[in-house]
Design a protein. Sequence first.
Length: 135
Amino acid sequence: MFQKIEHIGIAVKSLESAIPKYEQLLGTSCYKTETVETEGVHTAFFKVGESKIELLASVSEDGVIARYIEKKGEGIHHIAYAVEDIHSEMNRLKDEGFILLSEEPKPGADQKWVCFVHPKSTGGVLVELCMDRDE
């Protein structure tokens, strides 16, 4: 079961130009940046109340975020939901007919296990499931 909105992912061309803009917009500092090699993204995080904003920039010119921006422009990329048990939630969603983009959770940014749900099965919204990693 979904617990809360964990973060909203926003695709940007450049973290260097986007971070100051979002610090000014949100009135708070970026608290963390990291690269997630398995997903080919550089990320930057901001806390907004109980939720977070994640900026995503592509590691390479042909990465998934670069292709997304080329097709749709900068903007909201996904909505992530915190779940208590990512495996059972993945099984529940598969049983309900949703299309998952991976068979197993992957290590994601901000010490999370993640799995994405295909937008074709969610009315056009890329959904991410997130569960804390104990590491």
